[in-house]
Ligand binder design. Sequence first.
Ligand SMILES: [Zn+2]
Length: 246
Amino acid sequence: MPPPSNKAELQTILGMVNYLSKFAPNLAEITSPMRAILNKDVEFAWDEPQIMAFKKVKEVLTRSPGPILSYYDPTKDLTLQVDASKYGLGAVVLQDDKPVAYASKSLSTSEINYSQIEKEILPISDRKLEEIEKATLSDPQFDISKSVILEGWPQSRSECPTQILEFWNHRDELSVNSSIIFKRYVIPTSLRALMLDKIHTGHMGVEKYIRRARDVLFWPKMSSDISDMVLKCSVCLERRTSNARK
Ligand SMILES: [Zn+2]
């Protein structure tokens, strides 16, 4: 977790810390120098008090086992909680209601400025979370991929469980370091058609859909599914032709 370079990034980090502070109440106290520079009358300045606070926060967050992180137990069920805020996306994997891994992603300015997609895809992440989580938990493929992500991918493709081979080429995007990063929402098969439908707003054309979907969603062959969808839409195709003529 690199130090924030602006208020938006700081906000994302504090959002995650705030969520985790229910597991370690002293975090709120530790982060007070960091929160102090969020005030709109104060300029963003990452000085000694903030550096020290950030160091302490990282120490508390990453000690395993520690106040926050429990050991991952492969025999126990996992719950995924995802949180979308104005500035970022956060994900926590829980076991017995305690985090075993977490990650956050701050949104770039262009992502924050999304009008349509922000309204359509990001709220899905909020509203449909329970559905995504339910579908994910009942999907045997995801059960396997989650344990593989947590335990580490095998050395070679031939050792990869066949059920999750389609993720093999994306394995680096799904895990970073020793803890998982849910870089984007991994959408289970059962919800992909629904997500395609949500992506398809405004008949913006395939490139725009792909670019924007890629920032928040993931499934293997997502781009080609989006292209197929656009090819089947007469309005998208019509606009594309008239734009090309201009
Ligand atoms: Zn269309």
